[in-house]
Design a protein around this ligand. Structure first.
Ligand SMILES: OC[C@H]1O[C@H](O[C@H]2O[C@H](CO)[C@@H](O)[C@H](O)[C@H]2O)[C@H](O)[C@@H](O)[C@@H]1O
Length: 618
């Protein structure tokens, strides 16, 4: 029987209220300046108007700089510079000099950090049979030293001077412009760290998130104040569980449980929707943003990323756009056709201007939260609190019923997002990697889906997922956005490979292995050609980095390395990588080029997609 909304809501509110310290749900919202340079009036406008250019053309750099003195002092100094008459205009040189004198490079407060549990020859390397793979795995393991950072004490003592949020332990960053920690990336980073035997570092990362939950009530998108109006996919419980499965140490649970429940409350109070469908009501979760925290357009790039889209909008439209844009950032899928108008006759079809994230009930978010509920039940059972464990069991069965009704598509044999306006699934001929989230997180009732294994395998075959040389594309729609075709992302490969593996049939395991080997081969070729690991790849060309979106493809790269290390370790006995890779190919002109110039590469990419590439910073 499906409970009516009022019943479920009453139960959820009563019990969550009962569980919340102090009896009521309260979200802290410190009014903080998103970033120092952003809060010097006049300077902010000068930057927004593009009078001065940041290094690499990336305005996020300005938001990441620290002020050398208290903001009031910097403000006064800037006021002094303001032209008193048009005969003394504020010139580029004057502003540049002011920025140089008053602010410092973002790296000043993020010191390179080699985690103390990093060792040159971790155990897992010894068991890799192929020598090329072994050398590559060693190179990946070494990258933890490049991506480790420690936040200096100045950020703690003078928080107003920095956009960075102080956390007590070292962090592992994704790489390049992403020079702070990111929430959901860290789940896959931890998969790799544990492969590398770095338990203490992994625990430190989860402790940092616990500190953020204690401060804000949730984990912000990333470790900067300009990210505190939104979170990212809630994977902290899954991180804790991954650590607990390695250690079996109950302390790993005891020390995080209160924060995990507090975070769960955030999602259940701040990101909840009642959905009335087929004469019943359900509670589901959607991505959104906290207007209480700040204006929706206080984002990190001084409006430079969104300007082209909002220029011709009214103020009201701009606010609606920014709310949905920010909600898309919270999903981690920023940006994607998943959140846009998709009707074929809509002139705004697949245009970022039409972003409507808050009108979509996302299948992956609900699978993540279902998993949180399962883990809270598991953790409370381990801690001996049966009444809380029972409560979460109850919630899980409602969650599964909701997911079966709103997301499961009997014709296609997989789960899809639900459109709140149309009251139906998003078009089922569109492929999105997120459809596999309930499989990976086991959020379904086996009794309600006969032949699940066969259904899922048929779906994989229908979309020829094993046929892509560069990994599974995140979607089958081309929009020029980065969470769309032909980009292939490490976290999605991991989720699909593991989901198929867990189905535990010979065929599903063999497909999982094929997908894993293809992905690793592509990562390896890219690495050999350029010397880098990338944030995303091109599904259509083994070894090529991904493209499109609002910033150029980033190197580093935290979650890609984490997934590669994890999969190398799992498939080491079948993994053989090619010997004859052309070494030295160029990616956006960064590496030494002996075979292709950037122009040749871009021309080749354009030819293979049949469309022009969209990128603000390329
Ligand atoms: O500045 C643009 C966006 O950059 C981030 O998103 C992308 O990188 C993150 C770090 O790897 C990743 O978690 C996310 O899935 C990517 O789309 C940032 O998280 C966004 O909020 C931001 O708008």
């Amino acid at each position: 029987m499906v409970a009516m909304v009022t019943d479920i809501e009453l139960i959820v509110i009563a019990i969550v209220t009962m569980l919340t310290p102090g009896g009521t749900y309260r979200l802290n919202y410190p009014r903080e300046c998103p970033s120092p340079m952003y809060c010097i009036s006049g300077l902010r406008e000068v930057i927004q108007n593009g009078l001065v250019a940041p290094p690499g053309g990336d305005f996020k750099y300005f938001s990441d700089m620290s002020s050398k003195d208290d903001l009031d002092v910097i403000r006064r100094a800037f006021d002094e510079l303001q032209p008193r008459s048009s005969s003394r205009p504020l010139t580029v040189a004057v502003v540049e000099q002011f920025i140089n004198e008053s602010f410092e490079d973002p790296s000043a407060v993020l010191k390179p950090w080699v985690p103390s549990d990093w060792t040159p020859e971790p155990d897992f390397l010894q068991n890799i049979p192929d020598s090329n793979v072994k050398e590559w795995a060693k190179g990946l393991h070494d990258l933890w030293r490049d991506l480790g950072r420690k936040i200096t004490d100045d950020v703690k003592t003078h928080p107003d001077r920095h956009s960075l949020i102080y956390v007590p332990n070292g962090i592992v960053i994704p790489g390049e412009r992403f020079r702070e920690s990111y929430y959901w990336d860290t789940y896959w980073i931890i998969k790799g760290l544990l492969t590398s035997g770095m338990l203490q570092t992994s625990r430190g990362l989860t402790e940092n998130f616990v500190a953020l939950i204690n401060k804000y009530g949730f984990v912000p998108n990333g470790g900067r104040k300009y990210y505190i109006s939104r979170s990212q996919p809630p994977l902290l419980a899954a991180m804790v569980n991954t650590i607990y499965e390695t250690t079996g140490d109950i302390e790993d649970i005891r020390s995080t449980i209160d924060a995990l429940e507090k975070e769960y409350d955030f999602w259940m109070f701040e990101r909840k929707k009642s959905v009335y469908y087929k004469r019943s009501s359900y509670i589901a979760n959607v991505y959104g943003f906290n207007a209480k925290y700040r204006e929706p357009n206080d984002e990190e790039s001084f409006g430079k990323l969104t300007e082209p889209y909002t220029d011709n909008m009214t103020r009201g439209e701009q606010i609606g756009f920014m709310e949905n844009y920010t909600a898309a950032c919270e999903s981690g899928w920023d940006h994607s056709s998943r959140w846009m108008q998709y009707e074929t006759d809509d002139p705004l079809r697949f245009k970022l201007e039409s972003v409507r994230t808050m009108r979509v009930v996302p299948v992956d978010l609900n699978a993540y939260l279902c998993h949180v509920e399962m883990l809270l039940s598991k953790f409370y059972t381990i801690l001996g609190d049966t009444s809380k464990a029972n409560y979460f069991d109850l919630v899980i069965s409602d969650r599964k019923r909701m997911m079966q009704t709103l997301f499961w598509n009997e014709e296609e044999g997989i789960w899809f997002d639900f459109d709140l306006d149309k009251k139906e699934n998003l078009p089922t001929d569109y492929f999105y990697a997120s459809s596999f989230a309930p499989l990976y997180f086991k959020c379904y009732d086996e009794d309600s889906i006969p032949n699940l294994e066969e259904r899922i395998i048929n779906y994989v075959k229908k979309h020829n997922l094993t046929s892509y040389p560069g990994g599974i594309p995140v979607s089958n729609q081309y929009t020029g956005q980065q969470w769309d075709y032909p980009n292939a992302w490490a976290p999605m490969q991991h989720m699909i490979i593991e989901g198929l593996n867990m189905l535990n049939t010979n065929e599903s395991k063999s497909i999982a292995q094929t997908l894993a080997l293809t992905w690793l081969k592509s990562n390896y070729i890219g690495w050999r050609q350029t010397g880098y690991m990338f944030e995303k790849y091109n599904a259509t060309q083994s070894g090529d980095p991904g493209q499109g979106g609002l910033y150029k493809v980033q190197k580093g790269f935290g979650w890609t390395n984490g997934v590669a290390l994890y999969l190398i370790n799992k498939y080491k006995d079948s993994l053989i990588v090619p010997d004859d890779v052309n070494i030295g190919a160029s990616v956006d002109g960064a590496a030494t080029s002996v075979i292709a110039s950037p122009v040749v590469l871009i021309t080749a990419l354009v030819a293979s997609f049949g469309v022009s590439l969209v990128s603000v910073y390329v």
